[in-house]
Design a protein around this ligand. Sequence first.
Ligand code: AHR
Length: 516
Amino acid sequence: MSQLRAVINLDVAGPTVSRHLYGHFAEHLGTCIYGGIWVGEDSSIPNVRGIRTDIVEALRGIAIPNLRWPGGCFADEYHWRDGIGPREDRPSMVNTHWGNVVEDNSFGTHEFMDLCEQLGTEPYISGNVGSGTVREMAEWVEYLTRGGEAPMSALRRENGRAEPWRVKYWGIGNETWGCGGNMRGDYFADLARQYSTYCRNHDGNVLYKIASGARSDDYAWTQSLMQTMGDYGCGCNPKHYFDAVSFHFYTGLTNRKHGSAIDFGTDEYLESLANAWRVESMIKRHSNVMDVYDPEGRIGLVLDEWGTWWAVEPGTNPRFLYQQNALRDALIAGLHFDAFHRNAERLVMANIAQTVNVLQAMLLTADDVLIKTPTYHVFEMNQDHHDAARLDVHLLDAVPTAQDNDDRSVPLITTTATTKDGHALISLTNLDPDADHTVTYDLRGGAPSDLSARILQADSPQAHNTREAPDTVAPAAYDGTALSGNTLTVTIPAHSFVTVRFVTGRTQPSESEDQR
Ligand code: AHR
């Protein structure tokens, strides 16, 4: 067991940790939409206008701030006009990327916007660049957001929705280096400018346009996008063709092997953690490239696909990407969130892939049963970080590490903190497969009190929830903390995630927090 010392200045608030770092992603892939979120109005499973009630209730429990849709790779094959009007008249298509299944378009624009309204979340729509036209994208924006007598507003009204919706987040393509068109960076950068130009702000609806970004550590892609913002030669760069650039990063095993989600040994466990940790250096290095072209930080970085990618559950369709979710996934989520908090200056949004039944899901469905995964619980336990001000955690001692099979050093403890409404929330993840560790925080600049703590733990990193045992990994109250004056000591058991909440009793407001 190691004993780490840390200092937190409760009266020195950092940047806001946007709630959008806790965003989500639902694609027409496997049983995420069909059979997951959407069961149809005639289903025996309780639903509201075809949308599964228990899923809405569960997702409301983690206050999801935004939902990205319809893809993913599917987005660049999706033609929105096929998904409006009476369902029986909608044309079908083949979802070539995800199992060659026939998509009947019964879940379209109106159903998605209904889902967002039921969830109380903001839509993030991913527009088709790969196989769509500029006009098609421009008209989708108009259909969604314009009032009055314009042609697309009239069509929307015909389909039963009088008032325009508010849509802020708009994606220009998806993985345009791959499934979204196999383009080169400089070519797509020009397309992003072109498509963005015609995505207009209608009737006071202001779009926040996110250009499809790099795969993992392809910094040259980010450079292509950022460079294209700044060729006006008028000293007014960056020109806002788009407001953010994205990138995607998945955690698997090295060399694109996808090991089992629940059947793994310590070697694989450490290897996956070493890979997951790469996310922090990627955020920093994409940000560094952006700093060159946009030193004022006006363009956001968006990680709009992240999460674990394991082998599919035995016996399931290999293109449906249905995987189990173990305590390891929860710890990897904890690691990601800490990396997001530490880089909140540039990282403005992140979307885990995906919400239901696909990859690192929050929820798994089995007929009429709904299972909350360990990852779901990390989102729930971290909720107080939404829109809170970061409190930097200064570690005075080196964190313990382990070596993976490639001799990479894996940090085993990560911790971050934020403050909001007179409270602070500290998150700690102990990735150590075997040992407990202790962190002692010197909480300066306040008079901490009213402390409570929760823990997510189980017998092993392989532990997971099933239909028969849905609460094998579930949060519980935790008493492994001690507060004495300004000294908080937290013992964090092997492979566990802990949150500690307390009243800061901050002695003096810091300027940055008051200006939030
Ligand atoms: O999330 C699954 C797929 O991963 C998405 O469709 C694609 O964008 C990425 O490659």
